[in-house]
Ligand binder design. Sequence first.
Ligand SMILES: [Zn+2]
Length: 1031
Amino acid sequence: MSQQGYVATPPYSQPQPGIGLSPPHYGHYGDPSHTASPTGMMKPAGPLGATATRGMLPPGPPPPGPHQFGQNGAHATGHPPQRFPGPPPVNNVASSHAPYQPSAQSSYPGPISTSSVTQLGSQLSAMQINSYGSGMAPPSQGPPGPLSATSLQTPPRPPQPSILQPGSQVLPPPPTTLNGPGASPLPLPMYRPDGLSGPPPPNAQYQPPPLPGQTLGAGYPPQQANSGPQMAGAQLSYPGGFPGGPAQMAGPPQPQKKLDPDSIPSPIQVIENDRASRGGQVYATNTRGQIPPLVTTDCMIQDQGNASPRFIRCTTYCFPCTSDMAKQAQIPLAAVIKPFATIPSNESPLYLVNHGESGPVRCNRCKAYMCPFMQFIEGGRRYQCGFCNCVNDVPPFYFQHLDHIGRRLDHYEKPELSLGSYEYVATLDYCRSKPPNPPAFIFMIDVSYSNIKNGLVKLICEELKTMLEKIPKEEQEETSAIRVGFITYNKVLHFFNVKSNLAQPQMMVVTDVGEVFVPLLDGFLVNYQESQSVIHNLLDQIPDMFADSNENETVFAPVIQAGMEALKAADCPGKLFIFHSSLPTAEAPGKLKNRDDKKLVNTDKEKILFQPQTNVYDSLAKDCVAHGCSVTLFLFPSQYVDVASLGLVPQLTGGTLYKYNNFQMHLDRQQFLNDLRNDIEKKIGFDAIMRVRTSTGFRATDFFGGILMNNTTDVEMAAIDCDKAVTVEFKHDDKLSEDSGALIQCAVLYTTISGQRRLRIHNLGLNCSSQLADLYKSCETDALINFFAKSAFKAVLHQPLKVIREILVNQTAHMLACYRKNCASPSAASQLILPDSMKVLPVYMNCLLKNCVLLSRPEISTDERAYQRQLVMTMGVADSQLFFYPQLLPIHTLDVKSTMLPAAVRCSESRLSEEGIFLLANGLHMFLWLGVSSPPELIQGIFNVPSFAHINTDMTLLPEVGNPYSQQLRMIMGIIQQKRPYSMKLTIVKQREQPEMVFRQFLVEDKGLYGGSSYVDFLCCVHKEICQLLN
Ligand SMILES: [Zn+2]
């Protein structure tokens, strides 16, 4: 049964003029055409498919020897069982480990309830932001609490001077939506601030919080006269009018009176509170439905039966029992799965289970893998599947007695019985036809004129010589099993024979780019160590070989085709590293023309800019996935190169797209080399199929990521690395039960870097509730934004952006209105009440709406928009959080003795100061902003120059000055860069100099340079919508 749409028509909703085009609904933006069509090149369904039956049951007697397992890497061949320590029983009473424990307790688990900070947070679960309008002072919420409480309550603490008196260097405040008495350009929500029944007054008014020295009396009458007429249209056109918002902002600017930013929820405060209460602790995953620490909180995670949040994060850890409830709340039910996430060295790597020829134990009906959700019965002879309830016989080799509480005696010896995540060695049944060969890396360098001239070819060749030493290998192996090959190209292709016994590499030219063939098999893909001298010889020669070339034209699709054919011929999966610079205009398949048309921006045809201009790349991507060929693309464009077309194959094959605009050797070299090194070395699985199984009552319905789907269930990935996440949306089929919860099992079948076929299993149990309040209590805003971003960015291909923006705004209002109506305690209608778990949803949602992908502005490069769209599609929760809400750190207050990062400040101009130095990072860019009155000793310390005026901003690396400030700052930058998939290029920005405009785009709480509301304005807009819904 499809519940596509979850069309939002909660009982309270009213027809809304202006947004009737597309009722808000999450995930599915109504694009029937996008369901993947079979291509006839499906991977073998294999045992991942529900139809596979062979190999599930033990053939005859149990295989000799114990069922082996060991940790990945050094002990891949297995340990004797006793070596497996089991989940460390930290305060681990037996029952706390039982996955089936009914969740009578609050869904806020242990640690959080013991913290005074969060205790207070939960008292404030119905947070009041303001209650202006009829002169009502907001009721006090008890004693002023720590941090969040004070800053979130009204009346606010006295605003800081810097906010109220921004000073001359501050951008003019946005036309305000909050109007003081006597001015009301802004149409305001139709609500009755007095709580009386009857028709609302034609207009009601936000009022500013009391300013210092000002009392908020009852005398703030609704401003009816001068705003009534413009109301309807302007008010409701908000989402569409988003970029400039002229309609919404109509009227004379009201710069003086505005909502105190300190009185609205602060992302920084939420992050800091979570750090204070949960940071540095051990988070054990022994309880179903428990809410993990935020992605911004460092802690140690201990797998005790559910997958670590490093692998799976959910939009909510408590699903509603019925689809009606889900429709009512409109909270997306989704999981963001990062199956190969990096595990820090102080946490256990995944254990590897090897059942020999028997293969993994699986449910006969639904094919779920043995996991902590299987319940053993009948003395251990049978087990009931937690997903489909089927009762299965325990295979003889797997039999074990039960203890007095019905648990197998070997419970803690078997990872698959006691852990949330582990791996299985896959049997032959899980291979295409025979065991796979180890993968290969093919380096493909564009040697056209511009790349030779700017030195890029020489740089790549030079650096590869050292980087190839670091090709991933199994821990216990001396050398990598990954073979390497080399191709150069412009409008023809050059293959190289680098066989170890050659004195000189040999080049073979393929000029028929219409139908690429591989001119050599033997000697093309080689072991790096064996062929090292020939390879180095080749890399030395390549820059000279093409030094005199005047060839400007390039091909692109034939390059990918050549790499894929080479892998196919060698019968192995692999990864192509393509270094490319220009629009491929040479006569060949996939030839592109410049079709960048800014006139399409802000029209219904804008989506065309995000679509590939030919279907060549789409079918090429399908071919690549079918053959386990992943494509990573390094782009060095100096003008439009059609990223939407060139990036499609990397996107669909689990590769990565890197882009260096106007590459300049002295400025961009380091960023590129860091990216290349990181990409070569990162952990990766090849030729993967992922399957997400669920317990009865719900199922996975939509998938977002670097993936390809040939049917509705198998997620195919040519490769998946440690930074890539797949976001999965779930819908109800039926009712869910509070007792059994909602169980998820994600299985990824893949080929390791040494050519072993494996299954990686992640299990996660969520709670279910028939109370909406439980659902809201268990939400994770960071995961919600990840989901909304991916579903919106997918919809961009098919729908007008205006519609998408409207859906996002409306859905935000619906989610919050539903909470207000059903969960919050009664209060004046004029109050904006947000659930504790979604306090920062509005600010993050506004950041998403302001992202250049959704912002229809001709000033922004089409390629940049296509690029960012693609990046976000594969992001995990931590990366999307930083991307949409950058980290802004004050550097001038550094404690040079501390190794802690300074506390971040909110991304707003008002937080900067002339005397300050700030570091901003969003995962792609890093800025060091210098106030005009920055302390000279800091400038000296960091730049080794005497004054602000002496600083040369034309640098992307800080000088290494042997000064504590310099060392500390560079260490901080290192920490921020750590664990991030892209190397961030540093830009030095001086206050009041032109490049500051770029920097200001990242101050996401302010009104955008190219449009996009300020946080305050957006919050008011959402509040208006909520009030309409509630009326
Ligand atoms: Zn089953």
